[in-house]
Design a protein around this ligand. Structure first.
Ligand SMILES: Nc1nc2c(ncn2[C@@H]2O[C@H](COP(=O)(O)OP(=O)(O)O)[C@@H](O)[C@H]2O)c(=O)[nH]1
Ligand SMILES: [Mg+2]
Length: 299
């Protein structure tokens, strides 16, 4: 059988996490229209009839502004060197610019085989596909390009077949029943972060961390979950809570519904909002929040 690791690389917001989720068939990474949604590498496992593909979804690439974003960028770069294949995810509906071709060139230097998933074709004119393929080719990028839509499920079988073709012969590296390397507790925190990302303007969600303090399944099957949303500024706290607590109630309600879907059980959720100034620039605080500053990974 074929098996191996595939780094999923690309610009922030290209559609990497959405693609990994549909290929794996389960939500392993949260998704939002905002950049910096994915903060650390997340593994998602696809088990085929005669293959196993371990996708490593990475944070998008963008200019590092603070300690957290430089940790995220390092995560993507380290992952890309240590895999059997790089799946470069390109947002087709965004066109092809020099920054795209430069980024691809940069990853090609690692010498790892690479293909392009040209995604979001459901929201763009089809005639742009060959035109963009030519732009890539003229820029010296002669990689195979697979036009797909993660949202509509278009051409995903072809993409998987291409990946399988390029992986080495080998046994499964991960047990069959494992879909992600992340714990339930991690996903619970991530689901809350996704709802905050979806509800608020960029500045607020990018400065938050979610800490799960209590995660316990009771005898009656109900999960007791208590978590903190840590933000950077007092005025962010006010925004997160909203008038009469309306904003946080709404976000918590959406999060709880998604947590119940994910856990397959009822959830009793308590949410607190706390302020820790500039935690993203303070490595010691980042460590408390689970980001490994040295390795660029969260444990
Ligand atoms: N129309 C459309 N939107 C998509 C598709 N894939 C992702 N998106 C949207 O693009 C945004 C960014 O997606 P995400 O997976 O978080 O991107 P990432 O930052 O590369 O992981 C989200 O709003 C997704 O819903 C697709 O195939 N079609
Ligand atoms: Mg992502």
């Amino acid at each position: 059988m074929k098996s191996g690791f595939v780094a999923v690389i690309g610009k922030a917001n290209a559609g990497k996490s959405t693609l990994v989720n549909v290929l794996v068939g389960e939500k392993v990474a949260i998704v939002s229209p905002k950049p910096q949604t994915t903060r650390d590498a997340i593994m998602g496992v696809y088990n085929g009839a005669d293959s196993q593909i371990v996708f490593v979804d990475t944070p998008g690439i963008y200019r590092a502004k603070n300690t957290l974003s430089s940790v995220m960028e390092k995560t993507a770069e380290t992952t890309a060197r240590d895999v059997d294949l790089i799946l470069y995810v390109h947002d087709g509906h965004g066109g092809v610019s020099d920054s795209d071709t430069e980024l691809i060139e940069r990853y090609r230097r690692n010498g790892v085989p690479m293909i392009i998933a040209y995604t979001k074709i459901d929201i763009m004119p089809k005639e742009n596909i060959p035109a963009d393929a030519e732009k890539f080719y003229k820029a010296g990028i002669d990689l195979d390009i697979y036009p797909v839509s993660a949202r509509k499920g278009t051409n995903l079988k072809k993409l998987v077949a291409a990946i399988e073709e390029l992986l080495p012969e080998g046994d499964k590296v991960i047990a069959e029943d494992i879909v992600s390397d992340k714990s339930e507790k991690f996903m619970i925190a991530e689901i809350m972060r996704e709802k905050v990302l979806l509800k608020f303007d960029e500045e607020v969600p990018h400065g938050i961390a979610v800490i799960v303090n209590e995660f316990e399944k009771q005898e009656n099957g109900v999960y007791l979950i208590s978590l903190d949303i840590v933000c950077e500024k007092a005025n962010h706290k006010a925004i997160l809570i909203g008038k009469g607590g309306r904003a946080i109630k709404e976000v918590s309600s959406f999060a709880r519904q998604d947590m119940e879907k994910f856990l397959g059980a009822k959830v009793f959720l308590t949410t607190y909002v706390k302020v820790k100034e500039n935690w993203r620039d303070r490595p010691s605080l980042m460590h408390d929040f689970g980001y490994d500053v040295k390795k660029g990974k969260r444990d």
